[in-house]
Write a protein of this length. Sequence first.
Length: 161
Amino acid sequence: MYQRILVPVDGSPVSNRGLEEAIQLAKLAQGRLLLVHVIDELSLALAMDAQSGRAGSYLQSVRDDGARVLEDAKRSVQAAGVEVETALHERYGATVYPAVITESSVDEIVIAEAKRLKADLIVIGTHGRRGVSRLMMGSSAERILRSAPVPVLLVRASDKP
């Protein structure tokens, strides 16, 4: 059964839905969760807009938000009685920190973490977009699904608002 379940988290309702499912699987299998959060250019762009006028503080704000997302997810997992570990990565262009992972896209970072942590399963919350919406937005979940070295469980978000 699945003992090491990797879960990319970003704090969104969709991501949280995937986390809930992963917690249930880990409880059934008496496994552990490996939570991963990646800070990327989009995170920085959103923070720069929110922090306009405060040059220099936006990067720390994004780092703090990433740490908070991981800590919140970790608390949820621990409250369910499941073992958990976390990893926070920063990705800017082709540079990724910590430097042990050199891949350049978020999906490649998730796949590299799955290999490094010897995950048995990856669980991802997804919007389940189709058609033009998917083409315009792209799909990290789809790219992970196509390239992952282990099974991937895609958990669709609720259609309810």
